[in-house]
Ligand binder design. Structure first.
Ligand code: SAH
Ligand code: CA
Length: 222
């Protein structure tokens, strides 16, 4: 109810036309619900603009809703490195990204992300670290992404993790509702462990926000 109200009042009337079209095109895809919802996109956009981000990293692109959101929020000369092991989803989103005129900001890398991050850690100069990273890929590996991203995102920068409420299953003590696919139950314990880990990690400040499927926003302290 409240979400419908928020969408109708504050989100959908302001959604960029190409984001709306990309969202419509993604709906037809069987994995459509994986995309970041518009109310979460709006929050990410506000964070990116408020912090004046210029260099961003995205892990888990799918058809590109969060990527196009990021590209629209960043200034003309900004750069986003976006990684997904499946390039076919990105093909669906690319026409909308082009139409929005922001393709030049994006460096899309089709690969499994862990090896790319290792490579970036080797290459990146300390004065060229990322301002912002958005993680929305393999939940069982969030903990490994975290260690790598603390080397790639600058002090004061933001690392945001998606789906940290995992369809609400983080609070179900018993078995996960059988209406969900098996993967939900398999990944649940990883998400719960990861949330505990972040809550106790002194290297970051955090805020876990009830938006979409849960977004944990971390600010690197040291
Ligand atoms: N942020 C996207 C949704 C991402 S869905 C949006 O707003 O639409 C998760 C994506 O992560 C999928 O496209 C999947 O291919 C990708 N992925 C999963 N594990 C990965 C890995 N280890 N490396 C790179 N990409 C991965
Ligand atoms: Ca997600």
């Amino acid at each position: 109810m409240l979400l419908q109200y928020i969408l109708k009042t504050s989100v959908l009337p302001r959604e960029h036309e190409q984001l709306k079209e990309l969202r419509e095109a993604t709906k037809k895809h069987p994995l459509g619900p994986m995309g970041v919802p518009p109310e979460e996109g709006q929050l990410l956009s506000l964070i990116l603009k408020t912090m004046n981000a210029k260099k961003a990293l995205e892990i888990g692109v799918f058809t590109g809703y969060s990527l196009l959101t990021t590209a629209l929020a960043l200034p003309h000369d900004a750069k986003i490195t976006a990684i997904d092991m499946d390039g076919s989803y990105y093909e669906i989103g690319l026409p909308f990204i082009k139409k929005a005129g922001v393709e030049h900001k994006i460096n899309f890398i089709q690969s499994e992300a862990h090896s790319i991050l290792d490579k970036l850690i080797q290459e990146v100069k300390q004065d060229e670290l990322f301002d912002f990273a958005f993680v929305d890929a393999d939940k069982n590996n969030y903990i490994h992404y975290h260690e790598k991203l603390l080397k790639l995102v600058k002090i004061g920068g933001i690392i945001a993790y998606d789906n940290t409420l995992w369809l609400g299953t983080v609070v179900t003590e018993e078995l996960v509702d059988p209406k969900y696919p098996d993967i939900v139950g398999i990944l649940r314990d990883y998400v719960v462990k990861f949330n505990k880990f972040l809550a106790a990690d002194p290297r970051i400040e955090i805020s876990q926000v009830v938006v979409g499927d849960g977004l944990t926003i971390c600010r690197r302290v040291y």
